[in-house]
Design a protein around this ligand. Structure first.
Ligand code: GDP
Ligand code: ZN
Length: 489
C-alpha cells in the first residue's frame, strides 16, 4: 500500500509569467498538510469537492505567501484515488515554489515524474494505455496526435485489448480444463479454437497496423531542406512558417547551427531541419553547406531538394543530390516566376502533375522539358518521389508541396482507418509478441501437438497483451479458470 504523500508543481513554471500556478498533493496526509499551510477566512467548510478561498501561510513564521484557491478531492473521487489537494496560487516561479516548499516542510515528499499518474494506475483508476494516453496528450504536437491520445485516454485502446485478452483466457481455460480433467469433460472443439484464434490474430493485427501512424504522430516527420546557396531555401521555409501551419520556430541557438521549425501538415507534426538557410553562408563555394546538408539529410525522413528554375540543374545541384544519398527526395523547382517562357511553364506543370503518378511518363516529359529549354538535366538515375514547382518569394506552391509531402508518407493511412488510437513503440512490441504467440498456437494445433504446447504460447500471448494494459497475468488466469469451472470441491 502506498502511504506517503507526494507533492509537486502541476503547472509549467515560467518566471514572471502565467496567471495561475498549481501545487498538487496526493496521499493520506494531503488534507492535514493543507490545513497547516492554508487559512480560510470566515466559516468555509473543509469538504470534499469544494473550493476554499484563503491564504497560504508558513505555519512557523505566520508569513503570508500568496492568496490562493484550495481544491479538495477526497479519495476515491480524485485523479489518484487518494486524497488530493490542489492549491491554485498566482503564477510566476516564486509563489508556487514557496507553497511547494511549505508542503514539503510539513511532511510531503517531492513527487517523481509521472508519479500522480502512476498512483492512478496502481490504485486501479486507469490502466497502462490510459496512463500512456495522458502522457501523449501532454506531449502531442498536432491536433491529430492529441486526438489519438484522447482516444487512448478514454479507453479506446484498452477496451479492444482487454476483450482480446479475455477471449484468449477463455480459450486457455478450455484447454487447461482438458489437460486437468480430461475424463469429466466433453472433448475440446478444436475447430472453434482455431477459428477464435484466427479472429483474435486478425484484430490484434489491426491494432498493430496503427503503429506507424502512432510513430508519425508522436515523432513527426523530419524534413531537411537542402540546396545550393540562393536557390530559395530560406524563402521557402519562411513562406511555409508564415502560413498558419507554423506552430513554433526555435530561435537560432548559440551551440546549434541548425534552426528547426515545427509545422503541422495534414495532422502530421513536421520538423523542418533548416540546414544552410537563415544564416548567411552563401559567399564561398565550400559554404555550400555540404557537411550540414549531409548531416541533415541523414537525419531526415524526407529531403526537399531545392533548385533554381532559372538556372536549371547545375553541377552544385548534382553534388548535393549525391550527398543526399538514398533518402527519399522531393525535388522543388523554385523561382518558377522567373520563367516567362510559356512553353517551359507548361512543361513544368505537366511535370509536376505526373510526378506522383507515373514515373516513365514523368521521364518522357522531362526529356521534352530539356529539349525545350536548358533546364534540369535530369536523367534516369534521379529518383524523386515528386517534383513540385514553387515561387517561394511569391508564396506560390505551398499547397502542392504539402500534398506531395503527405503523399510521400501515405497520409491516407495516417488519417483514415477504423481505429482512432495509435499505438506506441512499447505497445507495438508487446502486440508483436502477442501476434507471434497466436501464430505459434495455430502452428501447434496444425501440427497436432499435445495441449500443453498450446497453453505455453497462449500464456505468452495473454501475458503480452496484459503487459500493454497492465493487467497482471498469472493470478487472473487462475481466477478465470476457477470462476468459470467451479472446481474447488
Ligand atoms: P537560400 O540561400 O537557398 O536560403 O536562398 P534565399 O531564400 O536566401 O533566396 C535567395 C534569393 O532568391 C533571395 O533574394 C530571394 O528573394 C530570392 N528568391 C527566393 N525565392 C524566389 C522565387 O520564388 N522567385 C524569385 N524571383 N526570387 C526568389
Ligand atoms: Zn539563405
Amino acid at each position: 500500500m502506498i502511504s506517503d504523500t507526494i507533492a509537486a508543481i502541476a503547472t509549467a513554471i515560467v518566471p514572471q509569467q502565467g496567471s495561475v500556478g498549481i501545487v498538487r498533493m496526493s496521499g493520506e496526509q494531503a488534507l492535514a498538510i493543507a490545513k497547516c499551510i492554508f487559512s480560510a477566512p470566515g466559516n468555509q467548510t473543509w469538504q470534499s469537492h469544494r473550493i476554499l478561498y484563503g491564504y497560504a501561510k508558513s505555519p512557523d513564521t505566520g508569513e503570508t505567501i500568496d492568496e490562493c484557491l484550495l481544491l479538495i478531492m477526497q479519495a476515491p473521487r480524485s485523479y489518484t484515488r487518494e486524497d488530493v489537494i490542489e492549491l491554485h496560487c498566482h503564477g510566476g516561479a516564486i509563489a508556487v515554489q514557496q507553497i511547494l516548499n511549505l508542503c514539503l516542510e510539513q511532511g510531503a515528499r517531492l513527487a517523481q515524474p509521472g508519479e500522480f499518474t502512476l498512483r492512478a494506475f496502481l490504485n486501479g483508476r486507469i490502466d497502462l494505455t490510459q496512463a500512456e494516453g495522458i502522457n501523449n496528450l501532454v506531449g502531442s504536437t498536432s491536433p491529430q496526435a492529441a486526438q489519438a491520445a484522447i482516444a487512448s485516454l478514454r479507453g479506446k485502446l484498452a477496451q479492444p485489448l482487454k476483450d482480446l485478452r479475455a477471449r484468449c483466457l477463455d480459450i486457455l481455460a478450455e484447454v487447461e480444463a482438458r489437460i486437468d480433467f480430461e475424463d469429466d469433460l466433453p472433448p475440446l472443439d478444436q475447430a472453434w479454437v482455431a477459428q477464435q484464434l484466427a479472429l483474435i490474430a486478425q484484430q490484434a493485427q489491426q491494432i498493430l497496423d496503427t503503429a506507424d501512424r502512432g510513430e508519425l504522430l508522436h515523432s513527426g516527420l523530419k524534413v531537411a531542406i537542402v540546396g545550393r546557396p540562393n536557390v530559395g531555401k530560406s524563402s521557402l521555409l519562411n513562406m511555409w512558417s508564415r502560413s498558419d501551419r507554423a506552430i513554433v520556430t526555435d530561435l537560432p541557438g548559440t551551440t546549434r547551427d541548425v534552426v528547426d521549425s515545427h509545422l503541422v501538415v495534414g495532422g502530421i507534426p513536421i520538423k523542418v531541419l533548416d540546414t544552410a538557410g537563415i544564416r548567411q553562408t552563401e559567399d564561398m563555394v565550400e559554404q555550400i553547406g555540404v557537411e550540414r546538408s549531409q548531416q541533415a539529410a541523414q537525419e531526415a525522413d524526407l529531403v526537399l531538394l531545392v533548385i533554381d528554375a532559372a538556372q536549371g540543374w547545375t553541377e552544385a545541384d548534382e553534388q548535393i543530390y549525391q550527398i543526399v544519398g538514398d533518402r527519399p527526395i522531393i525535388l522543388i523547382i523554385n523561382k518558377v516566376d522567373l520563367l516567362d517562357d510559356q512553353a517551359t511553364q507548361t512543361n513544368l506543370t505537366n511535370l509536376t502533375q505526373s510526378a506522383l503518378s507515373n514515373r516513365s511518363e514523368q521521364l518522357a516529359q522531362l526529356s521534352d522539358y530539356q529539349s525545350s529549354s536548358d533546364l534540369p538535366q535530369l536523367d534516369d538515375r534521379k529518383r524523386f518521389m515528386a517534383t513540385v514547382k514553387t515561387a517561394a518569394a511569391l508564396n506560390q506552391g505551398i499547397e502542392q508541396l504539402e500534398a506531395a509531402i503527405l503523399a510521400s508518407v501515405n497520409a491516407s493511412a495516417i488519417q483514415a482507418g477504423d481505429l482512432d488510437v495509435a499505438i506506441n513503440q512499447r505497445q507495438k512490441e508487446c502486440l508483436l509478441r502477442a501476434v507471434q504467440g497466436l501464430a505459434k498456437v495455430q502452428e501447434a494445433i496444425a501440427a497436432q501437438l499435445p495441449l500443453d504446447f498450446w497453453t505455453i504460447d497462449l500464456r505468452a500471448t495473454i501475458m503480452a497483451i496484459g503487459e500493454i494494459t497492465g493487467e497482471s497475468v498469472t493470478e487472473s488466469v487462475l481466477d478465470q479458470i476457477f470462476s468459470r469451472f467451479c472446481i474447488g470441491k
